[in-house]
Design a protein around this ligand. Structure first.
Ligand code: DLZ
Length: 163
């Protein structure tokens, strides 16, 4: 059982992101959670040097739509990476499973099909409280983690192209 901020990281280990252009695709379903994740991601990107004008933010209705939204962003806004933010909460129907499977497979495929990284910033929890705990609550903010991951993956991509 987690007892502390799961999103804590060493800022010194994060590459300078001042030349990066990062897109964020956000699902508005469970927006009280996803917008906190979005705030966390934006703040962390800026903390590491990404300029406001180089953050592209686009919204989709639900987590299932993240795959298509992220693909459209990749094709039309020239980002170095796309962070996909969503929150799926277990309900009384199998919908949870289908949405989680769909978005996981969708984002995985985007990572295979495109040259840029697509980051999985999707919370999948049993309860709203568990999601809140990870969206700026007692266990940190998974949006911060998604932003750090995006920066590290873009750095890897740029490094690989120049080696
Ligand atoms: C339909 C649905 C349900 C039941 N639950 C969630 C959820 O917990 N989180 C989420 O992001 N979206 C949910 N959706 C909406 C689907 O993602 C999608 O928007 C619709 O099925 C329409 O394609």
């Amino acid at each position: 059982m987690a007892t502390s901020n799961l999103s804590a990281y060493n800022p010194a280990g994060v590459p300078d992101a001042s030349g990066m252009r990062i897109a964020i695709a956000v699902a508005d379903w469970n927006s009280e959670i996803t917008h906190s994740l979005l705030d966390g991601a934006r703040n962390t990107l800026k903390k590491h040097g990404v300029r406001e004008e180089n953050i592209v933010e686009k919204h989709v209705p639900g987590t299932f739509e993240l795959t298509y939204g992220a693909r459209m962003i990749a094709e039309n806004y020239n980002p170095d990476a796309v962070i996909c933010i969503g929150c799926v909460i277990q309900g009384e129907t199998p919908h949870f499973t289908y949405i989680c499977q769909g978005v996981t497979q969708g984002i995985t495929r985007l990572n295979i099909d495109y040259e840029i990284p697509f980051i999985f910033g999707v919370l999948t929890t049993d309860t709203l409280q568990q999601a809140a705990d990870r969206a700026g609550g007692k266990y940190g903010n998974k949006g911060d983690e998604a932003a750090v991951t995006a920066i590290k993956m873009v750095s890897l991509m740029k490094e690989s192209k120049t080696d």
